[in-house]
Design a protein around this ligand. Structure first.
Ligand code: NCD
Length: 322
């Protein structure tokens, strides 16, 4: 595998393989010296044309924990003239000698386009409404930690599905692992051709939550909506938000997830994120380990060999904990 553009490129075995090797990378973070030399001498460019806090930092720390050098190219969408200038930027940074580009862009298909222009590996960190594959991997890993094998579990995703690359990636990954997914949203926030997705849909959150094994909240992505798709945010919160009252009815073992950034008071009531069953911090922590696993798979051995705890080079004594 040279690039990671979409969850659709992975089969179930690939997906399970990423999840299998991720704990070895999580272990590195526990060491006194939280760094291994696996990618020493390699350079990872972070090309973010859209705002991001956690995804960019997560890739950056993942690359650094593998001893790769990182190059941060933060570009504001508004200053970008698509087509030529994107190509120019990409070719310019490649000329400086990079091995991988992690790209986020508001247009779907930009990561694929970059693979045609560059020799470097390309990792999609979110393209428009299309895909966000590493988010799906970290979500699968987090869910497995909480629920065990996902086969037969029922995952409820609620919110702005229409504009969500997270939903598009996660639904694919969750169902590949055998989970059943119900998407809950007002009709205006359901994507076109939803009937072709391998999911059930509902407009009734309370009925759906009654047999949920996990609840996944999505942000209202106003920046991607060019018309008002909900008449009133307060009404949206009443019907589709995880209010304190709704969360009180959930079994305390049901994990509550959110990719961040959360809009407290909209899709999630202000104090719900403080509940023990909210696993947002686990998602962020696991995101680093999953991205290390992905970077290692794409850049590490060069031969497609399967890394294991034993083959990840270590520069610290085994078990040297903090
Ligand atoms: C998501 C994104 O940017 O796609 N955030 C993230 O990567 N953690 C979801 C969002 O913006 O709502």
């Amino acid at each position: 595998m040279k690039h990671l553009l979409s969850i659709d490129e992975l089969n179930e075995a690939d997906l399970r393989e990423v999840l299998r090797i991720t704990p070895s990378f999580a272990e590195v973070a526990q060491r006194r010296i939280a760094k291994v030399p696996a990618l020493r001498g390699q350079t990872v460019a972070l090309l973010f044309y859209e705002d991001s806090t956690r995804t960019r930092l997560s890739f950056e720390i993942a690359a650094k924990r593998l001893s790769a050098d990182t190059l941060n190219v933060s570009v504001k969408t508004s200053s970008v003239n698509k087509g030529e200038s994107l190509r120019d930027t990409a070719e310019t940074i490649e000329a400086m000698g990079i091995d991988a580009v992690v790209v986020r862009h508001r247009s779907s298909g930009v990561p694929l386009q970059l693979t045609k222009w560059l020799d470097a590996s390309v990792i999609n960190a979110g393209d428009g409404w299309h895909q966000h594959p590493t988010q799906a991997l970290l979500d699968c890993f987090t869910l497995q930690q909480k629920l065990g094998d996902l086969a037969g579990s029922h995952i409820v995703m609620v919110g702005d599905i229409k504009h969500s690359r997270v939903a598009r990636s996660d639904v694919r990954a969750f169902t590949m692992l055998g989970a059943e997914v119900t998407l809950v949203a007002p009709p205006t926030l359901m994507p076109p051709a939803i009937e072709t997705w391998p999911v059930r849909t509902s407009h009734d959150l309370d009925a759906t939550l009654a047999d949920a094994d996990a609840v996944y909240l999505l942000r209202m992505q106003s920046e991607r909506q060019n018309e008002a798709l909900v008449p009133d945010l307060r009404e949206y919160t009443t019907l589709y938000g995880l209010t304190a009252e709704r969360s009180a009815r959930l079994d305390p073992t049901v994990p509550i997830m959110h990719p961040g950034p959360m809009n407290r008071g909209v899709e999630i009531a202000a104090d719900v994120p403080d509940l023990d069953q909210v696993v947002v911090v686990d998602q962020v922590r696991n995101g680093v380990a999953v991205r290390m696993a992905v970077l290692f798979m794409l850049l590490g051995s060069g031969s497609g060999d399967v890394p294991t705890a034993a083959t990840i080079p270590s520069n610290a004594p085994a078990g040297a904990g903090r």
